[in-house]
Design a protein around this ligand. Structure first.
Ligand SMILES: Nc1nc2c(ncn2[C@@H]2O[C@H](COP(=O)(O)OP(=O)(O)OP(=O)(O)O)[C@@H](O)[C@H]2O)c(=O)[nH]1
Length: 352
């Protein structure tokens, strides 16, 4: 656990980053199940204004995770709302009669984590909290399909050109930034790939890090459904806020940063009698329009439970996650996330 001279006595915080749908919430859920009485608090930031991740975590029914332990900062980008939202949220947690022993922060899948780590230099929290580690979760299946970077061989050829960061797609940029800030990289969804693809993903990660110009070696772990030993995950002891120079970021090159690359909107659907048919439709729409992420809850008439829908690229999963509450409107709403230019009207029409 954190014990260096700079981190002694401070509350450790772990930043969980990773591209849309990589498995951050799943990993946190697994962590909560294994918390063994340790007081954890969660701060969750999502892209889009409907807090699905907080809902999923609250629905887990884990006694170590009460309503008060989950703080959602759902409006926008954490690093841009540091003063108004993030620092006060940390202060509030520390002021509790029983403050958390460890704070877990889930960034949005589109966040560049470095500016968030920088926020730990704010005077109000600098002497009281340290970033124990930045964990980047990688979707092994999506990475093996080439969704985040060109072929590793091509990347390796570019590695000699370290520092040339401006030729990438927005998705590649975000993916690389998250890796470059990480102390620990969790290659998740290993159940979906074979050994050869897993090796390819590790090559791709190392090539992306080399291309980004860091000399640091982050530790790489494998996981399925985010199952990682909590002692490893929460015991990095990095003091990452004091090691920013070794974490290059596209954010370093820009004045402020750009929120224009991605877009999100909510589609309100009619109740859906057939989850399997809905999943087929979503798969078709995601493929036709290049949707990056879909998530939300659906009313299935006659069913007492709400249907959780999760789409990562064209991979759609559904399951009933909890009973509708008596006073809760049975709405069917999906958050849709894609790159700017995603045709909102066409997607809405195709889903409605
Ligand atoms: N097959 C498989 N599916 C997984 C695994 N981990 C997560 N998933 C699924 O992937 C989808 C996305 O998982 P989340 O944990 O919500 O991902 P996330 O990174 O929190 O997503 P965002 O917050 O939207 O960026 C869900 O349907 C999960 O059930 C895994 O190891 N294997």
């Amino acid at each position: 656990m954190s014990s260096g001279p700079l981190t002694a006595g401070k509350t450790p915080a772990t930043v969980i980053t990773g591209f849309l749908g990589a498995g951050k919430t799943t990993l946190i859920r697994s962590l909560l199940e294994q918390a063994a009485g340790r007081r954890l608090a969660l701060i969750i930031n999502e892209f889009g204004d409907v807090g699905i991740d907080g809902e999923i975590l609250r629905a887990c029914g884990d006694p170590t995770c009460t309503e008060d332990d989950v703080i959602e900062l759902a409006n926008g980008c954490l690093c841009c709302t540091v003063a108004d939202d993030f620092v006060p949220a940390i202060e509030k947690l520390l002021a509790r009669p029983q403050p958390p022993e460890h704070i877990i922060i889930e960034t949005s899948g589109l966040a560049l984590p470095k500016p968030l780590v920088q926020a730990f230099h704010w005077p109000a929290i600098k002497t009281r909290v340290t970033v124990d580690g930045v964990v980047a979760v990688v979707d092994a299946a999506a990475a093996a399909e080439g969704r985040f970077a060109p072929d590793p061989a091509a990347l390796a050829a570019q590695a000699a050109d370290a520092g040339q960061l401006d030729h990438e797609t927005p998705v590649e940029e975000v993916f690389e930034d998250q890796l470059l800030c990480a102390d620990l990289i969790v290659v998740n969804k290993t159940d979906l790939v074979g050994a050869a693809d897993l090796a390819k993903v590790e090559d791709l990660i190392r090539a992306a890090m080399a291309e980004g110009g860091t000399g640091r070696e982050a530790k790489i772990l494998h996981a399925s459904n985010g199952k990682v030993d909590p002692v490893v995950l929460l015991g990095v002891g990095a003091g990452a806020e004091d090691d920013l120079a070794n974490r290059p970021s596209h954010h370093d090159e820009e004045e402020g940063h750009d929120h224009d690359d991605f877009t999100s909107f909510v589609v309100e659907l009619a109740p859906q009698p057939d989850p399997a048919a809905l999943a087929k439709t979503l798969e078709r729409v995601a493929a036709a329009h290049g949707v990056l992420r879909l998530k939300g809850f659906i009313d299935v008439p006659g069913k007492p439970m709400r249907l959780l829908v999760q789409g990562v690229g064209t991979r759609i999963q559904t399951h009933f996650d909890r009973f509708w509450k008596p006073d809760e409107p049975r709405r069917s709403r999906l958050v849709v996330i894609g790159e700017t230019g995603l045709d909102r009207d066409a997607v809405t029409a195709a889903l409605s």
